[in-house]
Ligand binder design. Structure first.
Ligand SMILES: C[S@@+](CC[C@H](N)C(=O)[O-])C[C@H]1O[C@@H](n2cnc3c(N)ncnc32)[C@H](O)[C@@H]1O
Length: 360
């Protein structure tokens, strides 16, 4: 079919807007699934709108006759092309995807769970809200997932290149670009460790896998940042000299321990960068990492929920991992760097905040 998926996706978006789908989901906190694993089920007087919300937000399979008639051919086209939509005798489904809208960007992504591979979460939004793309910029979005930061940047930038290793996430990203009329985004499905481009970039953005995971413990790929949470971040920092133009900027987000190999986290980030950066590291939250503390208990739950390690062993592993850290603290941080003639590190520390906070 010649007009797939761009025109079809834009028709779908128009129809969803017309019937009020985005008006409904805009009343939900954008991700809001960590605190409530079950989707909210508002009471909706219009049965067609209600079924549409169940299909696009609630993970339900819905028969064609319960959906607005203008939406059905669009869903049929997408299902026939094997894009986003699955169809069988019981109806259409987009599970495990859902469709949300944040900052005006419509985004297909998976509902966060231990099995999520097409990730969009609270820190995705936190980084998106902090992005500083300028008119005319070439932007490189590393670990792009379904593309939220790429899409935010593409509204301003001259060129956006999104690098994502997982082909499923990369193809959802292409659909999201089309859905938002931002088809110019270049999607490169590859490992960032070997990614090269003929261009240098004015802004490099990254929300890498950032969770510090005890060595040898099975954990969701999208979150597994290795023992100190910096495995992928280290690779990114070491390759900045290949990607960053003179006078370019870096924005990345992370989560980890206050000390890395005997060095404070902000200076470790500066040292690991292969270019000199004037780096402002903002610690947006500091969380206790010991039994009973929310960060600790969530880590135990995530490991046990992912499988391969039972709850008792997960608790022991997380306990031993936390014990190796003198302070038994975790930090959430955002880093903003500018290329400079020499290294400079500045820090802002908001101290203790409620767990999960990317905001003080
Ligand atoms: C935490 S998610 C972030 C997704 C998206 N940027 C966001 O903020 O919503 C991390 C993403 O990095 C991807 N990834 C992990 N290792 C990678 C690598 N070596 N090269 C490229 N992408 C990678 C994962 O597949 C995942 O989609």
């Amino acid at each position: 079919m010649s007009d797939l998926p761009g025109d079809v996706l834009r028709r779908m978006r128009r129809e969803l807007e017309r019937i009020g789908y985005f008006a409904v989901v805009s009343s939900l906190y954008p991700v809001a699934v960590y605190d409530r694993p079950e989707p909210l089920r508002p009471s909706i007087s219009d049965p067609m709108l209600s079924s549409t919300v169940a299909l696009f937000h609630g993970g339900a399979r819905v028969p064609a006759e319960r959906l607005p008639s203008a939406l059905v051919p669009v869903l049929q086209d997408l299902a026939a092309a094997g894009v986003l939509v699955d169809r069988n005798e019981a109806g259409f489904s987009i599970a495990p995807l859902m469709l949300s809208r944040t900052l005006g960007i419509a985004l297909f992504h998976e509902r966060p769970s231990p099995r999520t591979r097409v990730y969009f979460g609270n820190e995705s939004i936190a980084l998106g809200l902090r992005l500083e793309p300028r008119h005319g910029d070439a932007v490189l979005d590393l670990c792009a997932g379904p593309g939220f930061q790429s899409l935010v940047a593409a509204r301003t930038a001259r060129r956006v290149v999104a690098v994502e290793i997982n082909p499923v996430a990369a193809s959802v990203l292409s659909c999201n670009a089309a859905l938002n009329g931002l088809d110019d985004i270049v999607v490169r499905c590859t490992d960032l460790a070997s990614f090269e481009d003929e261009d240098r970039f004015d802004l490099v953005v990254a929300n890498p896998p950032l969770v510090p995971v005890p060595a040898g413990t099975p954990f969701p790929f999208v979150g597994d940042g290795g023992p100190d949470g910096l495995d992928v971040t280290r690779v990114i920092l070491s390759r900045l000299d290949r990607w960053m133009a003179p006078e370019s900027r870096l924005q990345l987000i992370g989560f980890g321990f206050p000390w890395i190999d005997g060095e404070r986290l902000p200076s470790a980030l500066g040292r690991l960068a292969s270019v000199d950066l004037d780096l402002l590291v903002t610690v947006s939250g500091v969380f206790a990492y010991k039994p009973g503390a929310p960060a600790f208990e969530m880590m135990v739950e995530s490991i046990a929920g992912y499988g391969g390690v039972d709850a008792t062993e997960a608790r022991e592993r997380v306990g031993a991992h936390a014990e190796q850290q003198d302070l038994r603290l975790l930090l959430s941080f955002v880093a903003r760097g500018e290329r400079a003639a020499s290294r400079r590190i500045r820090t802002v520390d908001f101290g203790r905040t409620p767990f999960g906070g990317w905001y003080a």
